[in-house]
Design a protein around this ligand. Structure first.
Ligand code: GTP
Ligand code: MG
Length: 308
C-alpha cells in the first residue's frame, strides 16, 4: 500500500537579505518571490506550494525581520512574526557568510519558545564556506543555555539557496516533521500571491536592482490597470511612487534612461508571468507619506485586517 500523504505549512523567517526568497524560488524551481541584494525586498507574506508524491508543503516567504517604525515596517514585521503561530515547522534562514547582529538576536528571541521544529538554514555557504556558522550556533546556545546537540527541535543545515545545495535534503527533513494530511491546494498551484501584486513586485525588483542607497525603501509600485489591447497584447499601466522629487529624477534617469531600462527588463518578466505579450506603461509620482498612508498601502494590496 502507498504511504499516506503528508502536508503542512512552513514559514521561512530571518533577518533581511539572508536569502529567504531565493530559497523559496529554488524549492519551487520557479520565480515566485522577487529577489535583490537590497535588504527588505520582500514586503508581505508570499505562499509557495511544493507538491510531490510524498504530499504537499506550503511555504510562507516572509519579509526580513527588522526594527522599522512606520506603518509599512510594522505591517512587514507582523507579516513575518504572525506566520510563526500558524505553521507546522519553521526555517530560520541565516547568512553564514556574514556576522550575526542584533537583528539576529531579535529573530531568535521570537523563535525561541515557539514549540515547533526549527531548521536553521545556514545559507550562502558557497561564498565563505560558512565562515560564521559557529557564531549562529553560539547565539542559539546562549539563548537556550545548552548545546545545540541537545536541542531536539533544532536541526542545522548548511545551504546554498543560490546554487541549490541541500535543497532536496531540506525537503526530506521537512516531510519527516509534517503530519499526515491531504493536499491543501490543487496539485498544479504554485502560489496564491495575487497576480497584480506579483506584477507590481516584478517592476519593483528591477528598480531595486538599479537603485542604490536609500532610494529603494522609498519606492512602491501600484498597478493601475490591466487590460487587453488589440491583438494578443496585454496593456499594463503602473505607477511608481517615490517620496521625494529628487528621487523621481533618479528613477527617471537622464533623458528617461533608467525608467526605460526598468521597463524593458520588467516587460520580459511580466510576459513570462502572464504568458503573453505585454505593453508596459510606467509613470513616476511623488507621495511623501505613502509608507504611512493606509489608503495608499491598501491600494497596493496590503491587507492589514489579514494579519494577527
Ligand atoms: N552567494 C549566495 N548568494 C545568495 C544565496 N542566497 C541568496 N543570495 C543572494 O542574497 C541576496 C538576497 O536574497 P533574497 O532572497 O532577496 O533575500 P531575502 O532574505 O528574501 O531578503 P528580504 O526579502 O529583503 O528579507 C540576493 O542578492 C541573492 O542573490 C546563496 O546561497 N549564495
Ligand atoms: Mg525576500
Amino acid at each position: 500500500m502507498a504511504e499516506k500523504l503528508k502536508s503542512g505549512m512552513v514559514a521561512i523567517v530571518g533577518r533581511p537579505n539572508v536569502g529567504k526568497s531565493t530559497l523559496l524560488n529554488a524549492i519551487l524551481g520557479e520565480k515566485v518571490s522577487i529577489v535583490s541584494d537590497v535588504p527588505q525586498t520582500t514586503r508581505q507574506q508570499i505562499r509557495g506550494v511544493y507538491t510531490d508524491k510524498r504530499g504537499q508543503i506550503v511555504f510562507i516567504d516572509t519579509p526580513g525581520l527588522h526594527m522599522g517604525r512606520d506603518k509599512l515596517d510594522k505591517y512587514m514585521s507582523r507579516a513575518s512574526t504572525g506566520s510563526i503561530d500558524s505553521v507546522d515547522a519553521i526555517i530560520h534562514m541565516v547568512d553564514a557568510s556574514e556576522k550575526t547582529g542584533s537583528e539576529e538576536q531579535y529573530v531568535i528571541s521570537r523563535l525561541n519558545k515557539c514549540g515547533k521544529p526549527i531548521i536553521v538554514g545556514l545559507n550562502k555557504v558557497d561564498i565563505t564556506k560558512g565562515k560564521f556558522v559557529p557564531e549562529y550556533i553560539k547565539l542559539w546556545e546562549e539563548t537556550r543555555g545548552g548545546p545545540v546537540t541537545e536541542m531536539k527541535d533544532l536541526t542545522l543545515l548548511p545551504l546554498s539557496a543560490l546554487k541549490g545545495n541541500n535543497v532536496k535534503k531540506l525537503l526530506d527533513l521537512l516531510f519527516e516533521f509534517l503530519p499526515e494530511g491531504p493536499l491543501l491546494y490543487p496539485e498544479d498551484v504554485l502560489t496564491d500571491f495575487p497576480q497584480r501584486m506579483a506584477m507590481a513586485d516584478l517592476i519593483r525588483e528591477k528598480l531595486f536592482m538599479l537603485m542604490r542607497e536609500e532610494v529603494p525603501h522609498s519606492i512602491a509600485v501600484i498597478i493601475e490597470s490591466v487590460r487587453p489591447k488589440k491583438g494578443k497584447v496585454l496593456h499594463i499601466r503602473a505607477v511608481i511612487l517615490v517620496e521625494r522629487e529628487s528621487q523621481k529624477e533618479i528613477v527617471i534617469g537622464k533623458a528617461g534612461a533608467v525608467l526605460k531600462q526598468v521597463g524593458t527588463q520588467a516587460r520580459k518578466d511580466l510576459e513570462d508571468l502572464v504568458g503573453q505579450k505585454v505593453f508596459l506603461e510606467l509613470f513616476v509620482k511623488t507621495n511623501p507619506d505613502w509608507r504611512e498612508d493606509y489608503g495608499t498601502l491598501e491600494e497596493m494590496g496590503y491587507v492589514f485586517s489579514d494579519l494577527p
